[in-house]
Write a protein of this length. Structure first.
Length: 588
């Protein structure tokens, strides 16, 4: 047998072996998921098997199969153990899996650890070789991306084939893929084959084109960031009061800049961008990153100052802090002179290790978000920042694991407080409620008179001097009362509540009180709705922007202008609320 035939045979065997291993991975995933019994051992098995196979397939190209398998086990085994350790924050695995942060930390350890493992397999100390890490990381992204795309195309063609044969009454394909483990095993086999083929033709498939395309995105993204930063002093920081949505946007842009700058400096000087314009853009963008990350951190802490810590806010705060550290590392790199790109690459390497370390700590008692959140909410209640009805008692009872339940016990044991009886009743409701809406409904029904009194006292009414009797609020449904109160509890930058009612006869033929409500939502947006307080049966109507022919596009600045009295109500086909150049009327 000649050399060409031998090579062809080796290629075929390689593809068949990867297909078999992929099928095994798919079948194992199905079997473990099918027999998952909610125990911690079952949790360990399923995350270990899925994680180990994922890492194995990522490493099996650059490394021998045996070495790839051993390295995958070495990386995923401790990560799986940490995940199971974190699950003890909850009495059962089911509650733990309802909190995505720990799974995200596990994925971060495995994903970021894979290139380091692959580089270490190449040679001793290879995990510190940035060029190798860069190449391996992007090659893994490209291999997996193309392989999953091919797998998706395979399934699309398989379904089309089944539909075509179904026209003539042949349903063999549907019958086969209807057998439970077949879709999993078949997906794994196709994915494994695709990974093998892409590795065999690696000289034709590289991240080169992807990286060059990413570079082109840096200048326009930088331009948008510069416009944002120039407008920020003019518009002010009020947008940060939108909460986690503003923080999430800022963090996403910061991550995008980090990725684009990394694509510009590439693996080393020989592969880095040559264009002076592109290099200057990269330096400016890198220098701006800590500012964006710091604004995200401020947005998170503004939210925490208002409402205390929750697991989501702990996650967002930690992510923003990591991005601040990333940004500072980039800033020091670009300010250091001629070798800025080299220092930036070193920063990428060490910050990746920092993220792996923080992710590991998240799965230990050192960073227990549920405990931090519970302690924060109890402290806010003890110092009188929030009343008992505003405590996240349902979340503590059902979503925050053992720490939340311990916090409820601590609250129940408090003595000498005026609202002790109310707090005890609320805790019992939180423990017995089947879902969050049931708890909120029970709470709002119990204290409805007090809530309506608070709404009447806290809802600003414009124009100045206009009033709305307390009786007009009696017919509002609980959901709408809760929504208005939540908006009024959100503070604008000047401290005023995030709600206002414009009182006027928008429908002149109706004699009952009417008004348009502007409400500051949790994500920082502002919504507008018409309310007619019709003889104790209020109804809510949608609104329409006549000039723009769209639903009203109001924002925080419009809400502030209405509170300042900077609006008019005048005739249109109906009476219309005019804010600046916006005209809004109730829709029939």
């Amino acid at each position: 047998m000649d050399g060409a035939a031998e090579d062809e045979k080796a290629v075929t065997l390689d593809r068949l072996s990867m297909a078999a291993l992929g099928a095994l991975a798919g079948f194992a995933t199905w079997a473990l998921a099918e027999r998952f019994d909610g125990t911690r051992f079952a949790l360990f098995l399923i995350v270990f098997v899925i994680g180990a196979f994922a890492v194995f397939f990522a490493l099996s190209g650059p490394a021998r199969r045996l070495h790839a398998g051993l390295a995958a086990i070495a990386l995923v085994l401790p990560a799986s153990g940490l995940l199971v350790w974190a699950s003890f924050r909850y009495e059962g695995v089911e509650g733990f899996l309802g909190s995505p942060q720990a799974i995200t930390a596990f994925i971060a350890i495995v994903t970021l650890g894979t290139p380091f493992t692959a580089a270490a397999l190449r040679r001793p100390g290879g995990w510190r070789d940035y060029a190798a890490l860069f190449d391996l990381s992007w090659m893994i992204v490209v291999r997996y991306g193309l392989s999953w795309a091919f797998t998706g195309l395979f399934w699309l063609l398989l379904f089309l084939s089944d539909a075509l044969l179904g026209i003539v009454g042949i349903g063999v394909i549907g019958d086969v893929i209807g057998i439970d483990p077949v879709p999993f095993a078949l997906t794994g086999a196709v994915l494994g084959t695709a990974l093998a083929v892409i590795h065999q033709y690696r000289s034709y498939v590289s991240p080169f084109l992807l990286l060059r395309l990413l570079r082109l995105l840096l200048p326009p993204v930088l331009a948008v960031v510069l416009i944002f930063l120039i407008a920020l002093p003019v518009r002010g920081l009020s947008g940060l009061f939108g909460g986690l949505s503003a923080a999430g946007t800022l963090m996403a842009v910061a991550v995008a800049i980090l990725t684009l700058v990394t694509s510009v400096v590439d693996r080393d000087e020989s592969a880095a961008a040559r264009s002076g314009f592109m290099l200057i853009s990269a330096r400016i963008a890198a220098a701006l990153t800590p500012g964006l990350a710091a604004l995200a951190l401020i947005a998170v802490f503004l939210r925490v100052e208002q409402y205390g810590w929750t697991p989501d806010r702990v996650t967002a705060g930690l992510a923003a802090l990591v991005l601040v550290l990333y940004g500072l590392a980039y800033l020091f790199a670009v300010l250091g002179g001629r070798r800025w790109a080299r220092r930036l690459r070193e920063a990428n390497l060490w910050m990746a290790l920092v993220v792996i370390g923080i992710s590991a700590l998240w799965l230990t008692p050192v960073l227990n978000a549920e405990r931090i959140s519970t302690e924060s909410q109890i402290a806010r209640y003890e110092n009188g920042t929030i009343p008992a009805e505003d405590l996240p008692l349902y979340e503590m009872a059902n979503d925050w694991g053992r720490a939340g339940k311990a916090g409820l016990a601590e609250l129940a044991a408090m003595e000498g407080r005026e609202d002790a009886a109310q707090l005890t009743q609320l805790i019992e409701k939180a423990r017995s409620a089947r879902y969050r809406e049931e708890y909120r409904r029970d709470v709002t029904r119990a204290d409805r008179p007090e809530r309506l009194d608070r709404l009447a006292a806290s809802l600003p009414i414009r124009p100045e001097g206009a009033t709305l009797g307390r009786a007009a609020l009696d017919g509002l449904d609980e959901y709408f009362v809760d929504r208005i109160l939540q908006a009024c509890d959100r503070s604008l930058p000047d401290g005023r509540p995030g709600c206002v009612l414009v009182r006027d006869a928008f429908f002149p033929n109706e004699t009952d009180p009417q008004g348009i409500l502007l409400l500051l939502e949790e994500d920082g947006s502002v919504t507008a709705q018409y309310v007619a307080f019709d003889s104790g049966q209020p109804r809510v109507r949608s609104l329409f922007d006549v000039e723009a022919n769209v639903w009203p596009q109001v924002d925080r600045e419009d809400l502030i202008r209405v509170l300042d009295g900077d609006f008019t109500v005048g005739p249109s086909s109906l009476r219309a609320l005019t804010i600046g150049d916006k005209e809004i009327i109730p829709d029939n």
